[in-house]
Design a protein. Structure first.
Length: 312
């Protein structure tokens, strides 16, 4: 089946699950605090279990180890490209929330949106590569990202994030993978059930976040569309063009990294703006519009890349 079609189907599914979250919030089944707890449950429990389950379910192969190292390298290079391109495309001008726009255009919702998509494309192998990407994301987002927003280097926050449940899950998963330790059958089934919650719960939680933004106001702001275009189309297309000649890197790795970089803006921007008394409403507007528009742009970017690969 065509890869772009797989991603489009998955994007439509995620959009519908987003709508469930929006309805839940609008009908007051879930309030703002409930939405935050929903997100925490996914981040603190479901995602780490999903990661461990992915490593446990993938048989050890030297190919996977090499591909994981390629993912680390390609993710780091991709962030350097994104940062340079966004600084050129999102210019500093008086009256603009440049820091918020740049953060939103550089850092993606790669955990919530990326893991379901990577899983849809390559199954547990896709999640396996995503864990390597997430390690790079955390390092960049909690150093450069925080400095970009606040002008401060929060070493404690970085250390705390590197000791988060997801990173602990990655460490446990790597031990299981490299030492070929199987999970007991009952525990494996339990992990499988919990891992299966990731896509529906993550997307419903994302929908709850979108519902909290003033979408009507966001949709009237042309600047939000420009930042979303930079994040979802312009720089990902540049990245895709740079990936084309890298035939020595497996196509699966390039596609997973491209999808994760082309995912919508990170919800982390809104949370950090709230923490540092910045314009969190504007951050939430970009997040909401980018999340909705990404359902179309991510399949389009992958389709363009796979089409170009056939021509090369």
């Amino acid at each position: 089946m065509d890869l772009a079609w797989i991603i489009l189907k998955q994007a439509i599914l995620m959009l519908l699950l987003n709508v469930v979250g929006i309805i839940a919030y609008r009908t007051k089944v879930v309030d703002k605090n409930g939405g935050r707890q929903f997100s925490n449950f996914v981040l603190e429990i479901v995602t780490p279990v999903l990661v461990v389950n992915a490593y446990a379910d993938v048989e050890y192969e030297s190919r996977l180890v090499v591909n994981m190292l390629w993912t680390f390298l390609l993710a780091a290079v991709s962030y350097v490209v994104f940062i340079a391109a966004v600084y050129l495309l999102v210019r500093q001008k008086p009256g603009r929330e440049t820091e918020i726009e740049r953060f939103s255009a550089i850092y993606s919702n790669c955990g919530f949106m990326g893991i379901p998509l990577a899983s849809a494309i390559l199954g547990n192998e896709g999640v396996f590569y995503t864990t390597a990407f997430l390690s790079v994301f955390f390092c960049f987002a909690w150093t450069h990202g925080i400095m970009l927003l606040t002008g401060q280097h929060d070493r404690k926050a970085l250390v705390k994030k590197l000791c988060s449940p997801t990173m602990i899950g990655i460490a446990i998963g790597l031990l299981l993978f490299f030492f070929r330790i199987p999970l007991p059958d009952l525990l494996g089934k339990t992990f499988g059930y919990v891992a299966g919650l990731n896509t529906p719960m993550a997307m419903v939680a994302s929908g709850i976040s979108v519902a909290q933004a003033d979408l009507f106001h966001a949709l009237k702001n042309p600047r939000v569309y420009y930042v979303s275009a930079v994040k979802l189309l312009i720089v990902p297309v540049i990245l895709a063009a740079l990936f084309l000649p890298l035939g020595f890197i497996p196509e699966s790795v390039r596609i997973v990294v491209l999808v994760l970089m082309a995912a919508p803006s990170a919800a982390m921007c809104t949370l950090q703006c709230q923490k540092h008394d910045m314009n969190d409403a504007y951050a939430s507007h970009i997040f909401a519009v980018a999340t909705l528009v990404s359902m179309l742009t991510m399949p389009a970017v992958v389709k363009l890349f796979t089409w170009a690969l056939e021509l090369v």
